[in-house]
Ligand binder design. Sequence first.
Ligand code: NAP
Length: 324
Amino acid sequence: MALTKDTRITLNDGNTMPVLGLGTYAAPDVPKIQAEEATKIAIDLGYRHIDCAYVYNNEVQIGNAIRAKIADGTVRREDIFYTGKLYSTFFNPVLARKGFEKSIQDLQLDYLDLFLLHWPFSLKLAEGEESISPDKPYVYDNVDFCDTWEVLEQLKDAGLVKSIGVSNFNKRQLERLLSKPGLKYKPVCNQVECHVYLSQSKLQAYCKSKDIVLVAYSVLGSHRDKDWVDLSTPVLLEDPVLASVAAKYNRSPAEVAMRFVLQKGIVVLAKSFSVARLKQNLGVFDFELKPEDMETLEGLNKNLHYGAFKEMKQHPEYPFHEEY
Ligand SMILES: NC(=O)c1ccc[n+]([C@@H]2O[C@H](COP(=O)([O-])OP(=O)(O)OC[C@H]3O[C@@H](n4cnc5c(N)ncnc54)[C@H](OP(=O)(O)O)[C@@H]3O)[C@@H](O)[C@H]2O)c1
């Protein structure tokens, strides 16, 4: 079946997710209003899946955009697939409910389509801090994500979130969650970094065997926000092999980078706050990569994590020590 911007993938709980999502993270110095404007334009262009999180500090603006597009008749609430994420500082089960409530109040929505555990590790805020900052040392916490998961299951039972899933989990952590005594709902997805330099084939195969959808972030090579990404890493969209495949199809490197991941059967998130690039990225549905070009792009894999989150390396639940 040909992929279109309206293609949706069925999740293990029966709900469906559009195969292309709009990323909304931007560095703190980017005015928040840009996220609101870009989300409105993206909805006008036909994007229906919006990926956000408490820690992006822009749920107020994203909620404004979604509600404005419902109010002007462009979409109905049920046309939009909104993903939120519970940050690591809310893993204590009492705080988890508060973390959800903060998101839903900021968004001014009645429910979330998908709510994820943002990371497998838990953190505490330092004394006197209101939010995590890359300038301050992280304070590790030892709340087990299996305990936090029960709160997500309750939110699903209450109809406040339609689906629940995880992000940045490795195979061992997924196995531990799946074998949790009394597990009521499996995660519907695992949202992870995935692109031509990090093809995630082994994690994808494992997730597929458990009916868990892989959702890819940083498909275009990430936001390269200096607080989170090592700027000595190669710029993905400048890769010469990617450029040569793109030239062959008369497409941009961004479209080919996205198409590669989509054609692997992985849901793609791509962030842009530019009207031209939001439009360009929808071109991903207008061509198909031949098997030999898929193979060439697969050959670029070097297991590179742009978002390695090195500050967390000593945490017992740091997910990237294992191969996948
Ligand atoms: N679960 C997690 O832990 C996690 C981690 C990271 C990201 N995410 C999610 O995934 C989303 C996407 O990942 P990401 O933000 O790391 O980055 P990304 O989507 O890989 O790349 C975004 C960058 O690419 C640029 N861009 C977009 N379209 C382009 C095009 N056609 N040509 C050239 N450049 C283009 C954007 O700039 P312009 O805006 O100027 O176009 C931006 O600088 C995030 O926004 C967030 O929603 C989740």
